[in-house]
Write a new protein. Structure first.
Length: 280
């Protein structure tokens, strides 16, 4: 596949989401994201889904899917093409990192407790099978093909779907907030993804926590909880040790008081779950 065909065929939305970047504001044709190369409060990266291109109002730079990968991975055009070729939907197991909104062609077929051997094995490989009651087995149809995965609901009834090969969101992207009636706004524990939340519940074991739990499901969702976080006396952060996680942590530390950076526990690892799988 040559450069021009990749620019046309590979969705700019899918490419951005492969780097865990999601729109802050959007309509059917366009969306605004946070900039690719800097931390900002007001999103300045505009994307036209029809043209499959982006424009950074802060720098005046135009982007296509190839230049986005080059910017994010600091790589050559050749390496960017290799990265994008892996996102081609013609290969079933490469269906990764796409948010499927309600206007896209998908259908939920079944919602069960976790029973499928492949999903049980995947949860065991991530060492969170003990928390399988907090997730669901989701069977769904996407673009006239059937798939299944581990599902985690967000506050807008969207579904974060994971299995060994796929990472997608069915429905609207949103945060997931668990509120404890006994908490009284004392503490909230913040996670980037639900596997870290499941890992934390493993670490808690029999302890009866009074904390609230916030799973961002994407660092781009931070804007949705700016007012919510203000009411807590303590904010404990279990964010990823990558560029997005660190940038999000710094934003929270600047904006709120009484922050505990719990990433020090797993500072040599990408996230809490990776540390837990290695150390236990």
């Amino acid at each position: 596949m040559n450069c021009e065909k990749i620019k046309e065929k590979v969705s700019i939305r899918m490419v951005l989401e492969s780097f865990n970047l999601f729109p802050v504001k959007e309509n059917q044709r366009t969306a605004f994201y946070f900039a690719l190369d800097r931390v900002e409060v007001v999103p300045s990266f505009a994307v036209d889904f029809t043209k499959n291109k982006g424009f950074d109002f802060g720098t005046g730079k135009n982007y296509d899917v190839i230049s986005i990968v080059q910017q994010m991975n600091k790589c050559s055009v050749s390496d960017a093409l290799k990265y994008l070729s892996r996102l081609d939907f013609s290969v079933q197991n490469e269906v990764e990192n796409e948010e499927i909104d309600k206007n896209k062609s998908y259908r939920i077929l079944k919602v069960n407790e976790i029973k499928h051997p492949a999903l049980i094995e995947y949860l065991k490989s991530r060492k969170v099978f003990e928390q399988s009651h907090l997730v669901k087995e989701i069977h769904y149809e996407l673009n006239e093909k059937n798939y299944f995965g581990i599902g985690f609901f967000n506050n807008s009834s969207g579904l974060e779907i994971r299995n060994k090969y796929s990472k997608i969101c069915l429905g609207k992207k949103d945060i997931t907030l668990f509120e404890n009636e006994r908490n009284e706004n004392t503490e909230i524990v913040v996670f980037e993804g639900f596997f870290d939340f499941l890992t934390f519940k493993n670490l808690e074991k029999e302890k009866r926590s009074t904390s609230d739990y916030l799973i961002l499901n994407s660092t781009a969702m931070l804007f949705k909880v700016e007012e919510t976080l203000k009411k807590y006396a303590k904010i404990s952060l279990f964010l990823d040790n990558d560029a997005n996680g660190i940038a999000t942590k710094e934003i929270i530390q600047k904006k709120y008081k009484n922050i505990e950076d719990c990433s020090l526990l797993y500072y040599n690892f990408k996230d809490l779950n990776e540390w837990f799988c290695t150390e236990n």
